[in-house]
Ligand binder design. Structure first.
Ligand SMILES: Nc1ncnc2c1ncn2[C@@H]1O[C@H](COP(=O)(O)OP(=O)(O)OP(=O)(O)O)[C@@H](O)[C@H]1O
Length: 259
C-alpha cells in the first residue's frame, strides 16, 4: 500500500525575530525530516519544547512552506497553490491545543462545526442540521449544545466541538497538536477514549504532536523522537518503545517514566 502521507527531506528556517531589521540570518528549525504514514496509521511526535514539532505540523497542514523537500498526500505535492484550493484539501484537518483561540467566540457550536461543511459540502438546510447533530453525538454531546456559544461550554466540551469540526468532512488525515494538553486529567482521558473510538470508526490516519507519552502510548502505533529539528529515533512499533537506542530518546523516556 503506498503511503497516504509522505514527508521527504523537508527543511525549514526562519529569520531570527529580533534580527529581522538588521540582518537576514536564518535559524534552521527543521533539518531534513523524512517519514511515511500509511492509511490508518497513527504517529506520535514527541520532543522537548522548541524542537520544531509544531513547525513540522504547520508544514504538513500547508500553513508554512518548506525551504526545500516535499510533502505528498495521496501522491500529490500539497505545497502547491492549486492543491490548497482544491476540494482535496478537506481530506486534511487539524485540532490544536488552544481551543478558545481556534473558534470564533460569537459562533454557536453548530456554526463552528459547520465551517468546513459550508466550504466543501454546501448541504441543504435540513441535511446540514442533521449532519451537525450526528457530529455532536459522535463526540459525545447532545443536541442541547447546538446553539451554545463557546463561553457556555467547558474546555473539554469546546474541544469536543473542535474535534467534531475536524471530522465534519470525514478527512483522511488529522493532525492533533497538543490537543489534550490543556485539559484536566479526567477530561484528557475522556477525550483520548473518544479519539481512539473515532480512529477505529473512521480508519483515520493521524499525527499526535505532544509532550505527553501517555497520549502516545494510548493512541499511536509509531513514535518519532524529535530533537533540534530532526527525528533522532523512529520507533516503528509502539511495543518496542523500551528498546530505544538514541541517548536523547532514552533521556526523554527516563525523565518521563523514570526507567
Ligand atoms: N514564524 C516563526 N518565525 C520565527 N521563528 C519561529 C517561527 N515559528 C517557530 N519559530 C521558532 O522555531 C522553533 C521551533 O518552534 P516550534 O513551535 O515548532 O517548537 P515545538 O517543538 O512545537 O515547541 P512547543 O513544544 O513548545 O510547542 C522555536 O525556536 C521557535 O521560536
Amino acid at each position: 500500500m503506498p503511503p497516504l502521507l509522505q514527508v521527504a527531506n523537508v527543511k525549514k528556517s526562519f529569520l531570527q525575530p529580533n534580527q529581522r531589521l538588521f540582518s537576514n540570518k536564518k535559524t534552521t528549525v527543521i533539518k531534513g525530516v523524512s517519514f511515511d504514514l500509511k492509511q490508518g496509521e497513527c504517529l506520535g511526535i514527541i520532543g522537548e519544547s522548541g524542537s520544531g514539532k509544531s513547525t513540522l505540523g504547520k508544514l504538513i497542514l500547508g500553513l508554512e512552506k518548506p525551504d526545500s523537500g516535499k510533502i505528498y498526500f495521496n501522491g500529490q505535492d500539497i505545497s502547491t497553490r492549486t492543491w490548497k484550493k482544491s476540494a482535496m484539501r478537506k481530506n486534511i484537518s487539524a485540532v490544536f491545543q488552544d481551543y478558545n483561540a481556534s473558534v470564533n467566540p460569537y459562533f454557536t457550536a453548530a456554526q463552528i462545526i459547520a465551517e468546513p461543511l459550508d466550504i466543501y459540502e454546501k448541504l441543504a438546510k435540513n441535511d446540514r442540521k442533521k449532519r451537525i447533530n450526528v457530529l455532536l453525538e459522535q463526540v459525545g454531546l447532545d443536541s442541547s449544545f447546538y446553539e451554545r456559544l463557546p463561553h457556555e461550554m467547558s474546555g473539554g466540551q469546546l474541544q469536543r466541538v473542535c474535534i467534531a469540526r475536524a471530522i465534519a468532512c470525514t478527512p483522511q488525515f488529522i493532525l492533533f497538536d497538543e490537543a489534550v494538553s490543556s485539559l484536566d486529567i479526567s477530561v484528557q482521558t475522556q477525550i483520548l477514549e473518544l479519539l481512539a473510538d473515532l480512529r477505529k470508526q473512521l480508519n483515520l490516519t493521524s499525527i499526535f504532536i505532544t509532550h505527553d507519552l501517555t497520549t502516545i502510548t494510548y493512541l499511536c502505533d509509531k513514535i518519532a523522537f524529535f530533537y533540534k529539528g530532526e527525528i533522532v529515533e523512529y520507533i516503528d512499533k509502539i511495543e518496542q518503545l523500551s528498546q530505544v537506542k538514541n541517548p536523547y530518546s532514552k533521556q526523554l523516556l527516563e525523565s518521563i517514566l523514570g526507567f
